[in-house]
Design a protein around this ligand. Structure first.
Ligand code: BOM
Length: 141
């Protein structure tokens, strides 16, 4: 659900600042991670892909090849309130996106494509949060 996704995003997004330098993601591109879900934010920059890899590594959500770790992602999402309502769906959406971009060799470029696909799939499924929903739960993490 969008509500659960707002919690996951709020928590995951807290790791952005730790990853900014090594990923080269400037604040001009993405100031705060919750804007990822904004209608007018375009998920296109390679540096965002690098940042998502760095952030995922803080929680062991990826394998060494920058593909999703299914079990750890499932457990991570389940750790949020009502997370069991979202975990299977989210793993499925991300995995379907990974399959579409499997041929891209550069990991940062591949991950940003997967993330853009995930954002669109989540919107179609009605599980994309509004930025305001994320801001409402930021203080919990
Ligand atoms: O093959 C790459 C797998 C990683 C994909 C991660 C896509 C989602 C990243 C951007 C959105 C984040 C929102 C919530 C937290 C997800 C863990």
């Amino acid at each position: 659900t969008a509500e659960v996704m707002s919690h996951v995003t709020a928590h995951f997004g807290k790791s952005l600042e730790e990853c900014r330098e090594e990923s080269g993601l400037s604040s001009d591109i993405l100031e705060e991670f919750q804007h990822f879900w904004s209608e007018n934010f375009q998920v296109v920059d390679r540096e965002l892909g690098c940042a998502i890899i760095c952030m995922s590594n803080k929680f062991a959500l990826m394998h060494d090849d920058a593909r999703m770790h299914h079990v750890n992602m499932h457990d991570y999402i389940k750790s949020f309130p009502q997370g069991e309502l979202l975990s299977e769906k989210m793993v499925e959406l991300i995995h379907n996106c990974e399959k579409q971009f499997d041929d891209i060799e550069d990991e940062c470029n591949r991950v940003v494509k997967v993330a853009a696909c995930f954002k669109e799939s989540a919107k179609k499924d009605g599980i994309a949060p509004e930025v305001a929903m994320i801001e409402a739960v930021l203080e919990k993490y």
